[in-house]
Ligand binder design. Sequence first.
Ligand code: FCB
Length: 442
Amino acid sequence: MLNFTRADFPEGFLFGTATSSYQTEGHSFGGAGPTHWDSFAATPGNVVRAENGDIACDHYHRFAEDFDLVARAGFDAYRFSTSWARVLPEGRGAVNEEGLDFYDRLADALLERGLKPCATLYHWELPAPLADLGGWRNRDIAGWFADYTEIIMRRIGDRMFSVAPINEPWCVGWLSHFLGQHAPGLRDIRATAHAMHHVLLAHGRAIQTMRALGLDNLGGVFNLEWASPADDSEAARDAAALYDGYYNRFFLSGVFKGCYPDNVMQGLGPHMPKGWHDDFDVIGAPLDWCGINYYTRKVIAPNDGPWPHHHEIEGPLDKTFMDWEIYPQGLYDFLIRTARDYTGDLPLYVTENGMAAPDIIENGRIDDPHRIAYLDAHVAMVRQALAEGVPVKGYFIWSLLDNYEWALGYDKRFGLVHVDFDTLDRTPKSSYHALTVALTRT
Ligand code: FCB
Protein backbone atom coordinates (compact mmCIF):
# COMPACT_ATOMS: atom_id res chain seq x y z
CA MET A 1 0.00 0.00 0.00
CA LEU A 2 1.06 3.54 -0.69
CA ASN A 3 0.42 6.17 1.96
CA PHE A 4 -1.22 8.69 -0.35
CA THR A 5 -4.18 9.13 -2.66
CA ARG A 6 -5.15 11.84 -5.07
CA ALA A 7 -7.16 13.53 -2.34
CA ASP A 8 -3.85 14.49 -0.69
CA PHE A 9 -2.95 16.68 -3.68
CA PRO A 10 -4.31 19.94 -5.05
CA GLU A 11 -6.99 19.80 -7.72
CA GLY A 12 -5.40 19.31 -11.15
CA PHE A 13 -2.14 17.82 -9.86
CA LEU A 14 -0.94 15.39 -12.54
CA PHE A 15 0.32 11.88 -11.98
CA GLY A 16 2.20 10.41 -14.89
CA THR A 17 4.71 7.84 -15.95
CA ALA A 18 7.62 8.19 -18.36
CA THR A 19 9.56 6.26 -21.00
CA SER A 20 11.86 7.22 -23.87
CA SER A 21 12.08 6.23 -27.51
CA TYR A 22 15.40 4.39 -27.78
CA GLN A 23 14.85 2.61 -24.45
CA THR A 24 11.48 1.12 -25.42
CA GLU A 25 10.45 1.37 -29.09
CA GLY A 26 12.78 -1.03 -30.88
CA HIS A 27 15.07 1.04 -33.05
CA SER A 28 15.40 -1.58 -35.79
CA PHE A 29 11.75 -1.12 -36.76
CA GLY A 30 10.08 1.40 -39.04
CA GLY A 31 12.96 2.93 -40.99
CA ALA A 32 14.84 4.70 -38.18
CA GLY A 33 18.40 5.69 -39.04
CA PRO A 34 21.56 4.66 -37.17
CA THR A 35 22.43 6.60 -34.02
CA HIS A 36 25.52 7.16 -31.93
CA TRP A 37 24.04 4.79 -29.34
CA ASP A 38 24.11 1.93 -31.85
CA SER A 39 27.81 2.34 -32.58
CA PHE A 40 28.66 3.06 -28.92
CA ALA A 41 26.88 -0.15 -27.88
CA ALA A 42 28.61 -2.14 -30.64
CA THR A 43 32.02 -1.20 -29.24
CA PRO A 44 33.28 -3.68 -26.62
CA GLY A 45 33.42 -2.39 -23.05
CA ASN A 46 30.81 0.36 -23.35
CA VAL A 47 27.56 -1.45 -22.60
CA VAL A 48 26.90 -4.57 -20.53
CA ARG A 49 26.91 -7.51 -22.97
CA ALA A 50 26.99 -4.93 -25.82
CA GLU A 51 23.18 -4.79 -25.62
CA ASN A 52 21.39 -2.17 -27.73
CA GLY A 53 17.94 -0.78 -28.46
CA ASP A 54 17.21 -2.81 -31.62
CA ILE A 55 14.17 -4.52 -30.10
CA ALA A 56 13.97 -3.03 -26.59
CA CYS A 57 10.35 -3.45 -25.42
CA ASP A 58 8.96 -3.58 -28.97
CA HIS A 59 6.83 -0.63 -27.92
CA TYR A 60 6.80 0.31 -31.63
CA HIS A 61 4.30 -2.51 -32.20
CA ARG A 62 2.79 -2.72 -28.72
CA PHE A 63 2.13 0.88 -27.77
CA ALA A 64 -1.65 0.42 -27.68
CA GLU A 65 -1.34 -2.37 -25.11
CA ASP A 66 1.16 -0.26 -23.15
CA PHE A 67 -1.12 2.79 -23.11
CA ASP A 68 -3.98 0.61 -21.87
CA LEU A 69 -1.76 -0.15 -18.88
CA VAL A 70 -1.08 3.56 -18.32
CA ALA A 71 -4.78 4.40 -18.47
CA ARG A 72 -5.87 1.48 -16.31
CA ALA A 73 -3.54 2.55 -13.50
CA GLY A 74 -5.34 5.88 -13.40
CA PHE A 75 -2.47 8.07 -14.62
CA ASP A 76 -3.32 11.48 -16.11
CA ALA A 77 -0.28 11.96 -18.29
CA TYR A 78 2.39 10.08 -20.17
CA ARG A 79 5.89 11.40 -20.86
CA PHE A 80 7.59 9.97 -23.94
CA SER A 81 10.24 11.05 -26.40
CA THR A 82 10.38 11.26 -30.17
CA SER A 83 13.45 9.84 -31.86
CA TRP A 84 15.31 12.28 -34.09
CA ALA A 85 16.72 9.39 -36.16
CA ARG A 86 13.26 7.87 -36.64
CA VAL A 87 11.91 11.15 -37.99
CA LEU A 88 15.05 12.10 -39.97
CA PRO A 89 17.22 9.01 -40.55
CA GLU A 90 20.15 11.19 -41.67
CA GLY A 91 19.50 13.77 -38.98
CA ARG A 92 18.71 16.33 -41.70
CA GLY A 93 17.08 16.27 -45.12
CA ALA A 94 14.81 13.38 -46.06
CA VAL A 95 11.93 12.65 -43.69
CA ASN A 96 10.95 9.07 -42.82
CA GLU A 97 7.17 9.27 -43.31
CA GLU A 98 6.71 6.01 -41.46
CA GLY A 99 8.35 7.59 -38.42
CA LEU A 100 6.12 10.65 -38.50
CA ASP A 101 3.07 8.40 -38.92
CA PHE A 102 4.15 6.41 -35.89
CA TYR A 103 4.22 9.46 -33.61
CA ASP A 104 0.96 10.64 -35.11
CA ARG A 105 -0.74 7.36 -34.17
CA LEU A 106 0.93 7.41 -30.79
CA ALA A 107 -0.42 10.89 -30.03
CA ASP A 108 -3.95 9.84 -31.01
CA ALA A 109 -3.72 6.63 -28.99
CA LEU A 110 -2.85 8.65 -25.88
CA LEU A 111 -5.70 11.10 -26.38
CA GLU A 112 -8.18 8.30 -27.05
CA ARG A 113 -7.38 6.96 -23.58
CA GLY A 114 -7.73 10.36 -21.94
CA LEU A 115 -3.96 10.66 -21.35
CA LYS A 116 -2.09 13.94 -21.68
CA PRO A 117 0.84 13.54 -24.12
CA CYS A 118 4.04 15.11 -22.75
CA ALA A 119 6.76 15.03 -25.39
CA THR A 120 10.53 15.31 -25.15
CA LEU A 121 12.32 15.83 -28.46
CA TYR A 122 15.73 14.41 -27.63
CA HIS A 123 16.40 11.57 -25.24
CA TRP A 124 19.90 10.77 -26.43
CA GLU A 125 19.77 8.86 -29.73
CA LEU A 126 21.67 11.31 -31.94
CA PRO A 127 21.55 10.39 -35.65
CA ALA A 128 24.95 8.92 -36.59
CA PRO A 129 25.56 11.24 -39.58
CA LEU A 130 25.35 14.22 -37.20
CA ALA A 131 27.67 12.52 -34.73
CA ASP A 132 30.10 12.19 -37.66
CA LEU A 133 30.02 15.98 -37.99
CA GLY A 134 30.98 16.41 -34.35
CA GLY A 135 27.53 15.99 -32.78
CA TRP A 136 27.09 18.18 -29.72
CA ARG A 137 30.59 19.62 -30.17
CA ASN A 138 29.47 21.34 -33.36
CA ARG A 139 27.61 24.63 -32.91
CA ASP A 140 25.55 23.87 -36.02
CA ILE A 141 23.66 21.27 -34.00
CA ALA A 142 21.44 24.04 -32.64
CA GLY A 143 20.15 24.70 -36.15
CA TRP A 144 19.83 21.01 -37.04
CA PHE A 145 17.85 20.46 -33.85
CA ALA A 146 15.60 23.45 -34.53
CA ASP A 147 14.82 22.07 -38.01
CA TYR A 148 13.96 18.64 -36.59
CA THR A 149 11.83 20.32 -33.90
CA GLU A 150 9.84 22.12 -36.56
CA ILE A 151 9.24 18.94 -38.58
CA ILE A 152 8.04 16.77 -35.71
CA MET A 153 6.02 19.53 -34.03
CA ARG A 154 4.27 20.57 -37.22
CA ARG A 155 2.97 17.03 -37.28
CA ILE A 156 2.07 16.32 -33.65
CA GLY A 157 2.42 19.64 -31.80
CA ASP A 158 -1.32 20.35 -31.97
CA ARG A 159 -2.02 17.37 -29.68
CA MET A 160 0.76 17.77 -27.11
CA PHE A 161 -0.09 18.78 -23.56
CA SER A 162 3.52 19.85 -22.99
CA VAL A 163 6.86 19.73 -24.78
CA ALA A 164 10.47 19.87 -23.59
CA PRO A 165 13.34 19.94 -26.08
CA ILE A 166 16.07 17.94 -24.36
CA ASN A 167 16.12 15.32 -21.63
CA GLU A 168 18.80 15.94 -19.01
CA PRO A 169 21.40 18.31 -20.50
CA TRP A 170 23.98 17.15 -17.92
CA CYS A 171 23.90 13.65 -19.37
CA VAL A 172 24.29 14.99 -22.91
CA GLY A 173 27.19 17.22 -21.88
CA TRP A 174 29.14 15.88 -18.91
CA LEU A 175 28.25 12.20 -18.72
CA SER A 176 28.83 11.67 -22.44
CA HIS A 177 31.85 13.94 -23.07
CA PHE A 178 33.71 14.15 -19.74
CA LEU A 179 32.97 10.82 -18.03
CA GLY A 180 32.60 8.95 -21.31
CA GLN A 181 29.89 6.68 -19.90
CA HIS A 182 27.29 7.47 -22.55
CA ALA A 183 27.55 7.91 -26.33
CA PRO A 184 29.73 9.23 -27.86
CA GLY A 185 31.95 8.08 -24.98
CA LEU A 186 34.42 10.97 -24.99
CA ARG A 187 36.63 12.00 -22.08
CA ASP A 188 37.74 15.44 -23.08
CA ILE A 189 37.27 18.74 -21.29
CA ARG A 190 37.09 20.84 -24.45
CA ALA A 191 34.45 18.56 -25.95
CA THR A 192 32.57 18.81 -22.64
CA ALA A 193 32.59 22.61 -22.52
CA HIS A 194 31.35 22.78 -26.10
CA ALA A 195 28.66 20.14 -25.64
CA MET A 196 27.37 21.67 -22.39
CA HIS A 197 26.95 25.04 -24.05
CA HIS A 198 25.58 23.76 -27.36
CA VAL A 199 22.98 21.58 -25.67
CA LEU A 200 21.53 24.70 -24.04
CA LEU A 201 21.76 26.65 -27.27
CA ALA A 202 19.85 23.86 -29.05
CA HIS A 203 17.29 23.87 -26.22
CA GLY A 204 16.75 27.61 -26.70
CA ARG A 205 16.49 27.38 -30.49
CA ALA A 206 13.89 24.62 -30.17
CA ILE A 207 11.84 26.71 -27.73
CA GLN A 208 11.92 29.66 -30.13
CA THR A 209 10.93 27.40 -33.02
CA MET A 210 7.95 26.02 -31.12
CA ARG A 211 6.82 29.49 -30.02
CA ALA A 212 6.88 30.53 -33.67
CA LEU A 213 4.61 27.56 -34.42
CA GLY A 214 2.21 28.85 -31.76
CA LEU A 215 2.79 26.04 -29.25
CA ASP A 216 2.57 26.58 -25.53
CA ASN A 217 3.29 24.76 -22.26
CA LEU A 218 6.97 24.45 -23.16
CA GLY A 219 9.57 23.55 -20.56
CA GLY A 220 12.97 22.11 -19.79
CA VAL A 221 13.84 18.81 -18.09
CA PHE A 222 16.92 18.84 -15.85
CA ASN A 223 18.36 15.95 -13.87
CA LEU A 224 19.45 17.16 -10.48
CA GLU A 225 21.66 15.23 -8.09
CA TRP A 226 22.28 16.43 -4.55
CA ALA A 227 25.95 16.79 -3.57
CA SER A 228 26.92 16.20 0.08
CA PRO A 229 30.44 17.08 1.28
CA ALA A 230 32.36 14.04 2.58
CA ASP A 231 33.18 15.90 5.82
CA ASP A 232 33.00 19.34 7.45
CA SER A 233 36.19 20.70 5.94
CA GLU A 234 36.14 23.74 3.70
CA ALA A 235 37.83 21.72 0.97
CA ALA A 236 35.04 19.12 1.02
CA ARG A 237 32.38 21.83 0.97
CA ASP A 238 34.02 23.45 -2.04
CA ALA A 239 34.29 20.09 -3.78
CA ALA A 240 30.57 19.40 -3.27
CA ALA A 241 29.72 22.94 -4.39
CA LEU A 242 31.64 22.40 -7.61
CA TYR A 243 29.88 19.07 -8.26
CA ASP A 244 26.59 20.89 -7.64
CA GLY A 245 27.85 23.61 -9.99
CA TYR A 246 28.53 21.56 -13.10
CA TYR A 247 25.77 19.02 -12.44
CA ASN A 248 22.86 21.21 -11.44
CA ARG A 249 23.51 24.94 -11.37
CA PHE A 250 25.23 25.26 -14.75
CA PHE A 251 22.06 24.36 -16.64
CA LEU A 252 19.49 26.04 -14.37
CA SER A 253 21.61 29.16 -14.21
CA GLY A 254 22.14 29.24 -17.98
CA VAL A 255 18.43 28.93 -18.72
CA PHE A 256 16.94 30.98 -15.86
CA LYS A 257 19.66 33.53 -15.09
CA GLY A 258 21.61 33.98 -18.29
CA CYS A 259 25.01 33.10 -16.85
CA TYR A 260 27.16 30.15 -15.77
CA PRO A 261 28.46 29.61 -12.21
CA ASP A 262 31.94 30.99 -11.48
CA ASN A 263 33.28 27.80 -9.89
CA VAL A 264 32.41 25.83 -13.03
CA MET A 265 33.92 28.43 -15.35
CA GLN A 266 37.22 28.19 -13.46
CA GLY A 267 37.62 24.79 -15.13
CA LEU A 268 35.54 25.03 -18.32
CA GLY A 269 36.21 28.71 -19.09
CA PRO A 270 39.35 28.23 -21.20
CA HIS A 271 37.62 25.52 -23.25
CA MET A 272 34.35 27.28 -24.06
CA PRO A 273 33.33 27.80 -27.70
CA LYS A 274 33.87 31.25 -29.21
CA GLY A 275 31.13 33.79 -28.59
CA TRP A 276 29.36 31.83 -25.85
CA HIS A 277 28.71 34.99 -23.84
CA ASP A 278 26.38 36.22 -26.56
CA ASP A 279 24.05 33.23 -26.59
CA PHE A 280 22.01 33.76 -23.44
CA ASP A 281 19.13 35.52 -25.15
CA VAL A 282 18.48 32.27 -27.00
CA ILE A 283 19.32 29.94 -24.10
CA GLY A 284 17.06 31.92 -21.79
CA ALA A 285 13.99 31.88 -24.06
CA PRO A 286 11.12 32.04 -21.53
CA LEU A 287 9.67 28.72 -20.38
CA ASP A 288 6.25 27.76 -19.00
CA TRP A 289 7.48 25.13 -16.56
CA CYS A 290 10.59 23.43 -15.24
CA GLY A 291 10.97 19.64 -14.94
CA ILE A 292 13.19 17.95 -12.37
CA ASN A 293 14.39 14.36 -12.73
CA TYR A 294 15.57 13.15 -9.34
CA TYR A 295 17.04 9.84 -8.23
CA THR A 296 19.86 10.19 -5.68
CA ARG A 297 22.72 12.15 -4.14
CA LYS A 298 26.50 11.76 -4.23
CA VAL A 299 29.05 12.19 -1.43
CA ILE A 300 31.99 14.21 -2.71
CA ALA A 301 35.56 14.37 -1.39
CA PRO A 302 38.38 16.67 -2.56
CA ASN A 303 41.60 15.30 -4.08
CA ASP A 304 44.73 16.77 -5.62
CA GLY A 305 44.08 15.49 -9.13
CA PRO A 306 43.36 17.81 -12.06
CA TRP A 307 40.20 19.96 -12.10
CA PRO A 308 37.55 19.32 -10.82
CA HIS A 309 39.86 18.03 -8.04
CA HIS A 310 37.32 15.69 -6.48
CA HIS A 311 35.81 12.20 -6.53
CA GLU A 312 32.75 10.39 -5.23
CA ILE A 313 32.95 8.22 -2.16
CA GLU A 314 30.49 5.57 -1.09
CA GLY A 315 27.70 6.93 1.11
CA PRO A 316 26.17 5.14 4.11
CA LEU A 317 22.50 5.00 3.02
CA ASP A 318 20.54 2.07 1.57
CA LYS A 319 21.10 1.69 -2.16
CA THR A 320 19.04 0.70 -5.17
CA PHE A 321 20.17 -1.88 -7.74
CA MET A 322 21.97 1.00 -9.52
CA ASP A 323 24.05 1.40 -6.35
CA TRP A 324 22.41 4.78 -5.92
CA GLU A 325 21.75 5.90 -2.36
CA ILE A 326 18.08 6.39 -1.46
CA TYR A 327 17.89 10.02 -0.35
CA PRO A 328 14.33 11.43 -0.59
CA GLN A 329 15.34 14.57 1.29
CA GLY A 330 17.24 15.68 -1.83
CA LEU A 331 14.00 15.90 -3.81
CA TYR A 332 12.47 18.20 -1.20
CA ASP A 333 15.62 20.32 -1.05
CA PHE A 334 15.72 20.67 -4.83
CA LEU A 335 12.06 21.65 -5.11
CA ILE A 336 12.55 24.34 -2.48
CA ARG A 337 15.88 25.54 -3.88
CA THR A 338 14.87 25.53 -7.54
CA ALA A 339 11.81 27.67 -6.84
CA ARG A 340 13.76 29.97 -4.53
CA ASP A 341 16.88 30.46 -6.65
CA TYR A 342 15.72 30.02 -10.23
CA THR A 343 12.07 29.60 -11.14
CA GLY A 344 9.93 31.54 -8.64
CA ASP A 345 6.26 31.01 -9.42
CA LEU A 346 6.85 28.88 -12.52
CA PRO A 347 5.18 25.45 -12.29
CA LEU A 348 7.59 22.67 -11.35
CA TYR A 349 7.10 19.05 -12.34
CA VAL A 350 8.96 16.01 -11.07
CA THR A 351 9.44 14.58 -14.56
CA GLU A 352 11.28 11.41 -13.45
CA ASN A 353 11.66 9.55 -10.17
CA GLY A 354 11.92 5.82 -9.53
CA MET A 355 14.30 2.99 -8.78
CA ALA A 356 15.86 -0.13 -10.28
CA ALA A 357 15.62 -3.56 -8.69
CA PRO A 358 16.35 -7.12 -9.86
CA ASP A 359 12.62 -7.87 -9.97
CA ILE A 360 11.75 -11.47 -10.72
CA ILE A 361 8.48 -13.21 -11.50
CA GLU A 362 7.34 -15.85 -9.03
CA ASN A 363 4.09 -17.67 -9.72
CA GLY A 364 3.11 -14.96 -12.16
CA ARG A 365 3.58 -12.17 -9.60
CA ILE A 366 6.30 -9.60 -9.03
CA ASP A 367 6.55 -8.22 -5.53
CA ASP A 368 8.51 -4.99 -5.37
CA PRO A 369 7.87 -3.55 -1.89
CA HIS A 370 11.21 -1.69 -2.15
CA ARG A 371 9.81 0.33 -5.07
CA ILE A 372 6.57 1.05 -3.25
CA ALA A 373 8.60 2.33 -0.28
CA TYR A 374 10.85 4.42 -2.54
CA LEU A 375 7.92 6.06 -4.31
CA ASP A 376 6.10 6.67 -1.04
CA ALA A 377 9.11 8.37 0.52
CA HIS A 378 9.63 10.63 -2.50
CA VAL A 379 5.96 11.50 -2.90
CA ALA A 380 5.97 12.51 0.78
CA MET A 381 8.72 15.03 -0.07
CA VAL A 382 6.62 16.45 -2.91
CA ARG A 383 3.73 16.89 -0.48
CA GLN A 384 5.99 18.63 2.00
CA ALA A 385 7.24 21.05 -0.65
CA LEU A 386 3.64 21.70 -1.74
CA ALA A 387 2.66 22.40 1.86
CA GLU A 388 5.38 25.03 1.95
CA GLY A 389 4.02 26.74 -1.12
CA VAL A 390 6.26 25.38 -3.88
CA PRO A 391 4.19 25.27 -7.10
CA VAL A 392 4.67 21.57 -7.92
CA LYS A 393 2.10 20.59 -10.52
CA GLY A 394 2.85 16.94 -11.23
CA TYR A 395 4.86 13.83 -10.49
CA PHE A 396 6.02 11.30 -13.12
CA ILE A 397 7.41 7.86 -12.35
CA TRP A 398 10.34 6.43 -14.28
CA SER A 399 9.36 4.07 -15.77
CA LEU A 400 6.20 2.46 -17.10
CA LEU A 401 8.20 -0.54 -18.38
CA ASP A 402 11.45 -2.30 -17.63
CA ASN A 403 13.59 -1.12 -20.51
CA TYR A 404 17.06 -0.54 -21.99
CA GLU A 405 19.01 1.14 -19.20
CA TRP A 406 21.73 2.54 -21.47
CA ALA A 407 25.27 1.40 -20.61
CA LEU A 408 23.82 -1.05 -18.08
CA GLY A 409 21.73 -2.91 -20.64
CA TYR A 410 18.54 -4.76 -19.69
CA ASP A 411 19.42 -5.86 -16.14
CA LYS A 412 18.39 -2.72 -14.31
CA ARG A 413 14.63 -2.94 -14.07
CA PHE A 414 12.94 0.42 -13.39
CA GLY A 415 9.42 -0.51 -14.55
CA LEU A 416 6.09 -0.52 -12.78
CA VAL A 417 5.46 -3.24 -15.34
CA HIS A 418 7.85 -6.16 -15.77
CA VAL A 419 8.98 -6.99 -19.30
CA ASP A 420 10.23 -10.46 -20.19
CA PHE A 421 12.87 -9.60 -22.79
CA ASP A 422 12.53 -13.03 -24.49
CA THR A 423 8.77 -13.17 -24.91
CA LEU A 424 8.18 -9.40 -24.47
CA ASP A 425 5.27 -10.23 -22.18
CA ARG A 426 4.22 -7.44 -19.83
CA THR A 427 3.31 -8.22 -16.19
CA PRO A 428 2.34 -5.41 -13.81
CA LYS A 429 4.33 -5.47 -10.57
CA SER A 430 2.83 -4.95 -7.11
CA SER A 431 3.93 -1.28 -7.29
CA TYR A 432 1.68 -0.87 -10.35
CA HIS A 433 -1.25 -2.34 -8.43
CA ALA A 434 -0.54 -0.14 -5.40
CA LEU A 435 -0.50 2.94 -7.61
CA THR A 436 -3.74 1.95 -9.24
CA VAL A 437 -5.36 1.92 -5.81
CA ALA A 438 -3.77 5.27 -4.86
CA LEU A 439 -4.80 6.96 -8.10
CA THR A 440 -8.28 5.56 -8.57
CA ARG A 441 -9.58 5.31 -4.96
CA THR A 442 -12.06 8.06 -4.25
C1 FCB B 1 17.53 9.08 -16.32
C2 FCB B 1 17.20 8.95 -17.78
C3 FCB B 1 16.37 7.74 -18.13
C4 FCB B 1 16.74 6.54 -17.30
C5 FCB B 1 16.79 6.91 -15.84
C6 FCB B 1 17.11 5.75 -14.92
O1 FCB B 1 18.71 9.77 -16.16
O2 FCB B 1 16.51 10.07 -18.24
O3 FCB B 1 16.51 7.50 -19.50
O4 FCB B 1 17.93 6.02 -17.75
O5 FCB B 1 17.74 7.91 -15.62
